[in-house]
Write a protein that binds this ligand. Structure first.
Ligand code: SAT
Ligand code: MN
Length: 603
């Protein structure tokens, strides 16, 4: 029995395994009270009221932003902290060369004193949640303990939270144990530890996004990728979209891009008028994570989005770059670390760089400091943090695919990899086969942007855009990708795209955004055997006449440059993959070596 006060009704729904674990964690964290969340609308309203009362949230002008609130995080706590993120197992070989390693017993020993008494004077919230459509063979139950009401409110948007999780779990002990405390938000005492063998996550000292909403990167990618390898499925850092052709033919596509390549924009793409008029439609299933498994009846790869909301970057989002995202955040949204604009009537608006609205004369920036366009310029200070976010329910998305809630998932016809490359990589090409596609994905390179720290324009390798999210040894991860082929009777086609190629003058050659529909159409047509492609050293490529360029105002030289495959540049590319290959030296799956050799031969 617990000595602290609990809400009796909700606790009764939890099974013995959950209750025992929560009791143990309560003994460690010593909260003043325990609140078992039921995920109801009433509970959400009460939590919001309390959060507004104590300043955690600020209510926005309800006419402009119905149901929306503002949150400013601690200024040292604004992004994931990869250097403080660990995979904790008995042996280092299990986590491989791309993860930070901590021995699991050492990790518990190190973190236990931090959690000891950390919730004194605070409330411990117990959040039951499901990742994935209810009843899906892949849906997973997690239970997160946290002392942050902001985290509870975000989890309420990003997951299926409450009673549904107890229903899905039944009497099972099979749930991910997620322990979280913001502690004193001290970066010197911040640890995001994953225990894949225990199906557990301990996160201390951060209230932000992927560090604290443990269902997201921690469970749905790191822990899930580990489970997926054991159980023959895949957890990937991909968006998931539906493309409907005139006449109603539906094609589902998953796509992996490293950060700052416009994943959310692509997932919500609006076809240009000409395409819309002809009957083309693009619908969103997810913008960040997919779980995929082989459907035993069809022999095809089926996918679900484990999440129920979007946690998207705000700056740069506007009615031109992503009108659907603007609609997603129009109501019932939490804005984190954008700029807060006090209005004359005492209410608040929000603002961010590259929004639809001109800069306010005066506002409070993400650090809580006074900001004017003048101060911004003089001190080189942003109003909104470049990684400021909106948390919005997927039900707000006007182009949400009806199958987003289908437990059976959708069959995936194509997997697209992409990166931000000013040179070398053409607009689009198709892998010769699955194994070649895995090689392409494993060697994705993307140029760093100003949003990240360090040099800009440097090509970083980011295998499958999963580098910070593979929860085990990358060698085994790549082998798993190769092995999956044998389990499918019909496998997705694999493509590489690059929207970011520039000419010698440094100008982007491709218009991007909605016009990416033209490339998407070629991909869809390839999946259905309708489009022509020519063989090149990189893969199957469209000829200029195979992509619809009508109305784009591209000149012939631009098109030629977009599609150019330069053997000298490809050679440099192969050499620059060496760093990745060396990192994996000795552990590299042989298919990776063979594919590179074949590419060299084609040169
Ligand atoms: O903070 S999150 O990890 O959820 C978002 C991101 O960094 O991709
Ligand atoms: Mn992501």
């Amino acid at each position: 029995m617990l000595s602290v006060q609990e809400n009796e009704v909700a606790v009764e729904q939890a099974n013995e395994h959950v209750r025992t674990w929560v009791a143990d964690m309560a003994k460690l964290c010593k909260p003043d009270q325990i609140v078992w969340c039921d995920g109801s609308a009433g509970e959400r309203q009460a939590l919001i009221s309390d959060a507004v009362e104590d300043g955690t949230l600020i209510e926005l002008n309800q006419k402009k932003w119905p149901g929306c609130h503002y949150h400013r995080s601690n200024s040292n706590d604004v992004a994931r902290t990869e250097h403080l993120t660990f995979i904790c197992t008995p042996s280092e070989d299990m986590v491989g060369p791309t993860n930070n390693y901590m021995n699991d017993r050492e990790a518990y020993k190190k973190l236990t004193p931090l959690f000891d008494g950390c919730m004194q004077g605070r409330t411990m919230y117990v959040i039951p949640f499901v990742m994935g459509p209810l009843g899906s063979p892949l849906a997973k139950v997690g239970v997160q303990i946290t002392d942050s009401p902001y985290v509870v409110l975000n989890m309420g948007i990003m997951t299926r939270m409450g009673q549904v999780a107890w229903d899905q779990l039944g009497d099972d002990a099979d749930f991910t144990k997620c322990l979280h405390s913001v502690g004193d938000v001290n970066p010197d005492r911040r640890y995001i530890c994953h225990f894949p063998l225990d199906n557990a996550i301990w996160s201390f000292g951060s209230g932000y996004g992927g560090n604290a909403l443990l269902g997201k990167k921690c469970l749905a990618l790191r822990i899930a990728s580990f489970l997926g390898r054991q159980q023959d499925w895949m957890a990937e850092h991909m968006l998931l979209m539906g493309v409907e052709a005139p006449g109603g033919e539906k094609t589902y596509i998953a796509a992996a891009f490293p950060s700052a390549c416009g994943k959310t924009n692509f997932a919500m793409l609006i076809p240009p008028k000409k395409y819309a008029d002809a009957g083309w439609k693009v619908t969103t299933l997810g913008d960040d994570i997919v779980w995929m498994w082989v459907n035993p009846e069809s022999g095809r790869l089926h996918a679900i989005n484990p999440e129920a909301g979007y946690f998207g970057v705000v700056p740069g989002t506007n009615g031109r770059s992503n009108p659907n995202a603007m609609k997603c955040m129009a109501r019932d949204t939490i804005f984190t670390n954008v700029a807060l604009v006090p209005l004359d009537d005492g209410t608040y608006d929000v603002w961010w760089e590259d929004s639809d609205w001109p800069a306010p004369k005066k506002c409070i920036n993400w650090e809580g400091k006074e900001w004017t366009p003048q101060i911004g310029k003089e001190k080189n200070m942003k109003a909104a943090h470049p990684n400021s976010r909106f948390t919005a329910p997927m039900s707000n998305n006007p182009v949400l695919d009806p199958a987003a809630r289908d437990p059976a998932g959708v069959p995936v016809s194509a997997i697209i990899f992409g990166g931000r490359r000013s040179k070398t990589i053409p607009l689009v090409y198709q892998a010769f086969n699955w194994v070649h596609g895995v090689y392409i994905g494993a060697t994705i390179g993307s140029e760093t942007t100003a949003a990240a720290t360090g040099q800009t324009g440097v090509v970083r390798r980011d295998p499958m855009a999963m580098l910070p999210f593979i929860g085990y040894n990358i060698r085994d991860y790549l082998v798993h990708w190769f092995q999956m082929r044998k389990k499918m009777s019909d496998c997705p086609r694999v493509f590489m795209v690059n929207w970011f190629r520039k000419n010698d003058a440094g100008k982007f050659l491709w218009p991007g955004f909605g016009e990416n529909m033209r490339v998407l159409k070629w991909i869809v047509d390839r999946c259905h055997g309708r489009a022509y492609a020519k063989e090149t050293i990189l893969g199957w490529m469209p000829r200029a006449e195979d992509i619809d360029l009508e109305g784009l105002n591209l000149d012939v030289d631009d098109i030629r440059e977009l599609e150019r495959v330069d053997p000298a540049e490809v050679k440099a590319e192969i050499l620059s993959q060496e760093e990745l290959f060396l990192k994996l030296a000795g552990d590299l799956p042989k298919e990776m070596i063979f594919q590179r050799e074949l590419l060299i031969t084609r040169l």
